[in-house]
Design a protein around this ligand. Structure first.
Ligand code: ADP
Length: 322
């Protein structure tokens, strides 16, 4: 291991292989052995004859005689060069992954920004076209196109939001607003957009004012409702509940759809996470719940889900009253 022959090494002081700057380590090791202690997996470097430093893991144990006197020590030194090399490789790879991840975030930000500009023009021209076209079929096609462009716009905005979150730049405009009113507006918009499901609000509250960013809270409701519709293709009903619990409002969005397996309930809020295998026909990017969680957390609230596969899911979130 160190390049010495027997004749060169036997009988020599151990400092033969200890680098000068590490000589005090031997004092520590011998000190422990004298106290009867074992020194286990001590990682250090020792010096070979050609001056090269060899990384080692050392275990030193006291040797005792019949009367428990410590009369020496046994030492095992393992060459851990390979281990150190793979640790260094792991660190290098980790740094590389971090760098690539940052590049990917930057790309998502840039790409969604670039997509946004032509989308805005398309929306504008479609509106103009809607005013010019008088023929019934043409009008219908334009309405359908506007709806799809809106969907695309939401996707691109969500992607932009994700990159803003990563950069710590998602802005919130805090105001006092009636959360019941926001829920009702959202339900109305879904009904207006020919929603396939019947959405009802279950609450005793006539109005309930809280502080926060009403648009962002609306975005959360939109995400939860869109999911409740997409992941419940075989049912017709969605129930939103609203109540006050202690010093917070609690809102639930309940569907009667495919549900989520218990082991996945925590993970669904992670960025880009999708329970793909469960719903192979429902496409998505896995960012809606991530954004919702970020928005609710920033409002000092909590968001979670309860679900039973095949029965349905309820997504809950709370927001502080003050
Ligand atoms: P996306 O729906 O675009 O995949 P989300 O972040 O909104 O992204 O949701 C993450 C995952 O959580 C989805 O892929 C889906 O598997 C699961 N999920 C979300 N909402 C529901 C729901 N209401 N019912 C069943 N599964 C859901």
């Amino acid at each position: 291991m160190f390049g010495y022959t027997e004749q060169e090494a036997i009988g020599k002081h151990i400092s033969l292989i200890i680098p000068t700057e590490r000589l005090q380590e031997e004092t520590y090791i011998i000190g422990e052995v004298i106290k009867g202690n074992k020194v286990d997996h001590f990682q250090t470097y020792r010096q070979a004859k050609d001056g090269k430093q060899v990384p080692l893991s050392i275990t030193v144990s006291p040797i005792v005689d019949d009367r428990s006197n410590i009369i020496g020590a046994s030492k095992i030194a393992r060459d851990i060069s390979d281990q150190i090399k793979s640790q260094e490789e792991m660190t290098r790879l980790f740094e590389q992954v971090k760098e690539l991840n940052a590049k990917k975030d930057e790309f998502i930000g840039l790409a969604s920004h670039e997509l946004k500009t032509p989308l805005t023009s398309i929306s504008g021209y479609l509106q103009l076209l809607g005013n010019i076209v008088t023929e019934e079929k043409g009008k219908r096609f334009i309405a359908k196109t506007i709806l799809q462009v809106k969907k695309l716009n939401t996707l691109v905005s969500d992607l932009l939001d994700v990159s803003s979150i990563e950069a710590g730049k998602l802005r919130y405009a805090v105001e006092r607003f009636d959360i019941r009113q926001v829920i009702e507006n959202v339900i109305e918009l879904f009904a207006y957009g020919n929603c396939s499901h019947q959405i009802t609000l279950d609450t005793n509250l006539a109005e309930i004012y809280i502080y926060g960013d009403a648009n962002r809270v609306e975005q959360v409701l939109n995400n939860l409702l869109t999911n409740a519709i997409r992941y419940a293709p075989g049912s017709k009903q969605i129930i939103i509940s609203l109540c006050v619990e202690e010093d917070q409002v609690k809102i639930g969005v309940r569907d009667f759809g495919v549900g989520i397996a218990p082991g996945k309930l925590e993970q669904i809020f992670s960025r880009f996470y999708r329970v793909d295998e469960a719903n192979p026909n429902i496409s998505g990017l896995g960012i809606g719940l991530f954004l919702s969680q970020e928005i609710i957390t920033r409002h000092h609230g909590k968001i979670w889900a309860e679900s039973e596969p095949g029965v349905g899911s309820t997504f809950w979130f709370t927001l502080p009253l003050k």
